[in-house]
Design a protein around this ligand. Structure first.
Ligand SMILES: Cc1cc2nc3c(=O)[nH]c(=O)nc-3n(C[C@H](O)[C@H](O)[C@H](O)COP(=O)(O)O)c2cc1C
Length: 194
């Protein structure tokens, strides 16, 4: 392997400097004051945590309206938007469901999930239905660890073998205060030893 040049380092204050992050739309629903409320929240702090069972984490600030819905229902759906949905994603991360119907404001369609009661976002090509298994109070944010109990994928992003093709999903990335689209494919898993 060719050697690479290493730049001199500067020590910065501790922060959340990890790139890129996925920008996802998390849908959730619960009864609030006797009325069923469905909501969307944009999250970048999400990550896969386990394969068997499949688990995902989401970090949600305690003050978010969505936090209360997820804590009460113990369910959420991670919807993976395409890069061309950045306006809707940004809107759902800029206003609160306390004051607005974000599905209507972002022109997104709630559609019934297969297993959980929270709705899916019909326009998102991939949706992961989750049930909360653990909650870790990290500080400003609570980390909800959800088991992925069902996956829904649009026919349009499936390859000939029925597997999700990431290039067709064209997922939205986030980093440094900007939205990004993925670039070129560099090599398959294991290409260094193949
Ligand atoms: C790109 C982006 C990423 C965000 N990531 C998170 C996150 O990981 N966790 C979080 O609590 N809020 C995050 N937010 C902020 C919430 O989406 C925002 O406060 C939202 O309005 C909360 O909605 P709610 O009150 O209806 O739940 C993000 C916002 C944007 C635009």
């Amino acid at each position: 392997m060719p050697a690479r040049q290493a730049a001199p380092k500067r020590v910065l204050r501790p922060g959340t400097n990890l790139y890129p992050l996925p920008a996802v739309l998390v849908s959730c629903a619960a009864e609030v004051g006797g009325e069923r409320r469905e909501n969307l929240i944009t999250l970048a702090w999400t990550g896969i945590a386990c394969a068997e069972p499949p688990m995902i984490t989401i970090a949600v600030r305690k003050s978010r309206f969505s936090h209360g819905l997820i804590a009460a229902s113990r369910e959420f759906v991670v919807n993976v938007p395409s890069a061309d949905m950045s306006l809707a994603v940004d809107l759902c991360g800029s206003i609160s469901g306390r004051d607005a119907d974000k599905f209507a404001r972002a022109a997104l369609t709630p559609s019934p999930a297969g297993v959980v009661r929270a709705p899916l976002v019909a326009e998102c090509p991939v949706s992961l239905e989750c049930r909360v298994r653990h909650t870790y109070e990290a500080g400003s944010h609570d980390l909800f660890v959800g088991e992925i109990v069902a996956v829904q994928a649009a026919e349009t992003v499936l390859d000939a073998d029925g597997k999700i093709d990431v290039a067709l999903v064209d997922p939205l990335a986030y980093g440094g205060g900007w939205y990004w689209r993925l670039g070129e494919r560099l090599g398959a898993y294991g290409h260094s030893v193949a």
